[in-house]
Design a protein around this ligand. Structure first.
Ligand code: ADP
Ligand code: MG
Length: 286
């Protein structure tokens, strides 16, 4: 049994995940400290989403342990996680299309309210005072995200960038201690990505963040610590500077020795269209 130092909010030890004959994660370890931003990167097929699902309790590892504040993970339903102080966004938007923005955010605010998401939708068993409080908290969060004007709109009628902000607001409204973000920058413009970078740094004043992301410039800008996966193994772990200087990382992305990689010093960006020869259409670090 592993002992967990109290300063670790989330810890993975020796995590192995097998899907039939395929080892998606092989003996992976990772720690997240309060208030830190941890990036999870690696070529396509490296095991990032699988690790993300294990960290968020959605997937049980074949071997190894996950601990949340020194205890087993709280359960895999979103409201179990929310109650324990963990929130996540999904690779897609995962918003309820038939519910106005404010309702979508209220569902996320349910951590401290008495009823569940079902009672929010049905109105069943919820006190008027609870609902009022949820609404106020959701509205305050929409204001904080600068999207209060869209409170009564259906998500599908809004630009994609605004919908991403709604998803983020829904995750943050419960004031989690850990926010898990799965590719939050996908589909965003450069300017929207700058806003997101500022937001993520802002979040880390109050919570820890684990970020799975393809956009290396964003990862390098916002992360305190980066873990690099390749073929399900951790091949590097360190500060953005250490990761950028690590030949094993360059090699994993390019499939060539580091000294054959680009040397123009340009910011690292993953181009998923470039393969590295591992058969999964891996991206390149450049
Ligand atoms: N549910 C699953 N069943 C079988 N294989 C899977 C499943 N999920 C992922 N894999 C495989 O595990 C490996 C890691 O996948 P994934 O975690 O999605 O990588 P990444 O997110 O880094 O692109 C890939 O080879 C993928 O095909
Ligand atoms: Mg993935």
């Amino acid at each position: 049994m592993t002992t967990t130092a109290p300063e670790h909010l989330l810890r993975a030890d020796g995590v192995t995940v097998r899907f039939g004959g395929l080892t998606a994660l092989d003996d992976v370890g990772l720690q997240v400290e309060p208030g830190s931003v941890v990036g999870l990167i690696g070529p396509n097929g490296a095991g990032k989403t699988t690790l993300f699902n294990v960290l968020s309790g959605v997937l049980r590892p074949t071997k190894g342990e996950i601990s949340w504040k020194g205890a087993p993970p709280p359960g895999k339903r979103t409201h179990h996680l929310a109650k324990a102080g963990i929130a996540r966004t999904f690779q897609g938007l995962n918003l309820f299309p038939m519910m106005p923005v404010i309702w979508n955010v209220m569902v996320g605010a349910d951590r401290t309210a008495k009823g569940g998401a079902f009672s929010l939708i049905s109105g069943f068993g919820r006190h008027h005072r609870d609902e009022q409080e949820l609404k106020e908290r959701a509205m305050a969060t929409l204001m904080r995200f600068g999207i209060a004007e869209y409170a009564l709109r259906l998500p599908g009628t809004l630009p994609y960038g605004v919908q991403k902000q709604v998803a983020l607001a829904r995750a943050c409204v419960s004031e989690p201690e850990l926010l898990l973000l799965d590719e939050p920058a996908s589909g965003l413009s450069g300017q929207q990505m700058d806003t997101l970078a500022d937001q993520i740094r802002g979040f880390s004043q109050h919570m820890a963040v684990v970020l799975v992301e393809h956009h290396m410039d964003l990862v390098m800008k916002v992360c305190d610590h980066i873990v690099v996966l390749n073929f399900g193994k951790v091949i590097a772990s360190g500060t953005p500077e250490e990761i950028q200087a690590d030949p094993a990382v360059t090699q994993a992305y390019l499939g060539t020795p580091a000294d054959e990689g680009p040397s123009d010093g340009s910011p690292a960006v993953v181009d998923p269209s470039l393969g590295n020869g591992n058969g999964n259409g891996n991206g390149a670090l450049r």
